[in-house]
Design a protein around this ligand. Structure first.
Ligand code: TXE
Length: 525
């Protein structure tokens, strides 16, 4: 991962208090194209003083403007306009994303379409919050009007990772703005470029000054300033488990709301009755899309013994033929890993798996530089299959976030065994069940302790349904109607229409206090 420097950033990339600005301390960071390790550009590296300025602007805006008091319906035109602008700039955004992350242009285009739909969805969904709810109940006196309504949480810090930079930040920004919050956006330092362009679109769409701030920076630099600050009301984080734990701990001091999505180690259960060719294709796509850098990737194949050898052989054959290359090239089916640091981590995990006793069936290394000189400078790693894995291996339990499939087998016809294996993880983000017997697949899916379960497919999502994890995959939900709940406080209003004296204290008791209060002793709090 490239470190910071003092090479000036040509264009300012911090957006604070309605102005594009350079980092106060003058620090910058080169942004690397993972395809060939070249520098795409140099951007500003925010520090604590920039973070404080962003917080100050957001707090001032939230406390003094009309924005949080508007209805969601009044904010709908902004969200609709953002969706239009995302589509207008689809090709620009897709190119930026591909150069920054290494993913294929086709994937980047899908991401832009997906986030457009997220803005369209929340442009409508949030309006349902506008009508206060009258509470009618036998336990409420007839003279009382009891209503609940929704108000924004306040200043929200939104921290995104590098695998789906635009998508992850939009999943947060759309519901946060729809409900009237002020947002401070912090993209990953590895892949900030699509977010910089996205913020330009928010500004063009008419996001009021102060409602949106952008800090391009490493997590360690501005992270604690943002997450510990008493005037920040919420932190929404997507990223790794270790960082997630640190962020939860740093939010505890000010008891701020903190929602986290921390990845997964997702099982893909395949029964022996599946069409072999279809199952191979489904397994390969589930694990190797975006070189496995997907929080919901089907990284654990849990396969019925009767089909296991044939399925593994087929997956290995297909894995060896996955076309790695420049994401900008239409012939490429997958790109490199995002950074040199991540490549080193993935390599180490394969070595660990083999040491633990897994059988390496294919991959396990970078592409041969002599045979494929065009891949030599990039952070490529060959799609890898490790067979004969078991639950005690770290390679089965820990998220590698790379193109690595581990294979575990369950006894023929033993659904309970399949379920035990699939649930045997500290995570619980997603999983799949594949079977020609749909009733059985549904039955097994029902028993999986994972936030999303696919049956006879893998990996699709919709902005209209919730996304999030059980266990150490995190807390809270993004997308769907519950995705709005993260960004609102529920407020109860109790109106007494027949105001009688409470009458609890009658004023008839003996006088128990002197005419003048005595001075209290010095406090020892
Ligand atoms: O992510 P980090 P890393 C997993 C994956 C990967 C591992 C580590 O297994 O190998 O996480 O990746 C910001 N305060 N996922 O280290 O550190 C950081 O700047 C505030 C799963 O690259 O979690 C970036 O914006 N912010 C995942 C964001 O956190 C901090 C997607 C994520 O970085 C911070 C990506 C701090 N103290 C990786 N420290 C998923 N759930 O999809 C860092 N950050």
């Amino acid at each position: 991962m490239a470190s910071t420097s003092r090479t000036p950033a040509p264009e300012p990339t911090l957006y604070i208090d309605g102005k594009w600005t350079h980092a106060k301390a003058g620090h910058t960071r080169p942004i690397i194209n993972p395809y060939d390790n070249s520098t795409i550009c140099v951007i500003d590296e925010a520090g604590s003083e920039d973070a404080l300025a962003a917080i100050h602007s957001a707090v001032d805006f939230f406390r003094t403007s009309d924005w949080p008091h508007q209805t969601c319906t009044e904010r709908t035109p902004l969200l609709t306009r953002v969706a239009e602008l995302l589509q207008r700039d689809k090709e620009i955004l897709a190119e930026i994303e591909t150069k920054d992350t290494g993913k294929t242009l086709e994937e980047s285009r899908v991401d832009v379409d997906d986030v457009t739909n997220v803005f369209r969805f929340y442009a409508q969904e949030a309006n349902k919050l506008d009508t206060p709810k009258r509470i009618v109940s036998d336990v409420i006196p007839d003279t009382v009007e009891s209503t609940t309504s929704h108000v924004p949480v306040g200043v929200c810090v939104l921290i995104a990772p590098w695998n789906y930079p635009l998508l992850q930040i939009c999943w947060k920004v759309a519901p946060a703005l729809a409900t009237g919050n002020a947002v401070i956006i912090k993209p990953s330092e590895v892949t900030p470029l699509s977010t910089v362009h996205f913020v330009k679109l928010l500004v063009e769409a008419g996001a009021p000054v102060g409602s949106v701030q952008l800090l391009t920076a490493g997590g360690a630099g501005v992270g604690p300033t943002l997450t510990e600050h008493p005037d920040v009301d919420l932190v929404s984080f997507t990223g790794g488990l270790d960082t997630g734990r640190r962020i939860i701990a740093s939010c505890a001091g000010t008891v701020k709301r903190c929602t986290v999505e921390l990845g997964g180690k997702n099982p893909n259960v395949v029964f022996g009755d599946c069409d072999l060719d279809w199952a191979i294709d489904t397994v390969v796509t589930a694990v190797f899309l975006h070189s496995g850098q997907v929080c919901s990737s089907g990284a654990r194949l849990i396969v019925e013994e009767s089909i296991a050898d044939r399925l593994v052989a087929g997956v290995v054959e297909r894995a060896k033929r996955i076309q790695m290359g420049n994401g900008m090239d239409a012939a490429s089916e997958t790109g490199p890993l995002v950074s040199a640091a991540h490549l080193a981590k993935v390599e180490a995990y394969v070595q660990l798996g083999v040491q633990e006793g897994a059988k390496l069936m294919c991959g396990g290394a970078r592409p041969d530089a002599k045979a494929h000189p065009e891949l030599a400078k990039g952070f490529f790693f060959c799609p890898t299959v490790l067979d004969h894995c078991h639950r005690d291996m770290r390679i089965v339990q820990e998220e590698t976030f790379g193109p690595i499939l581990t294979v575990e087998r369950f006894k023929d016809g033993d659904e309970a065994h399949a379920v035990r294996l699939a649930n045997d993880t500290k995570y619980g983000l997603a999983g799949g069940v594949q079977s020609a017997n749909v009733e059985r697949a549904r039955r097994v899916a029902k028993q999986l302790r994972h936030g999303t379960v696919w049956v006879n497919t893998y990996g699709s999502y919709t902005p209209a349904a919730e996304w999030g994890g059980f266990g150490m995959s995190g807390n809270g939900r993004e997308l769907g109607s519950k995705g709005l709940d993260e960004y609102i406080e529920t407020k109860h209003q109790w109106v007494e229409t027949n105001a009688a004296k409470p009458g609890w204290f009658k004023g008839q008791g003996k006088l128990l206090q002197p005419a003048q209060p005595a001075q209290p002793a010095k406090a020892k709090l």
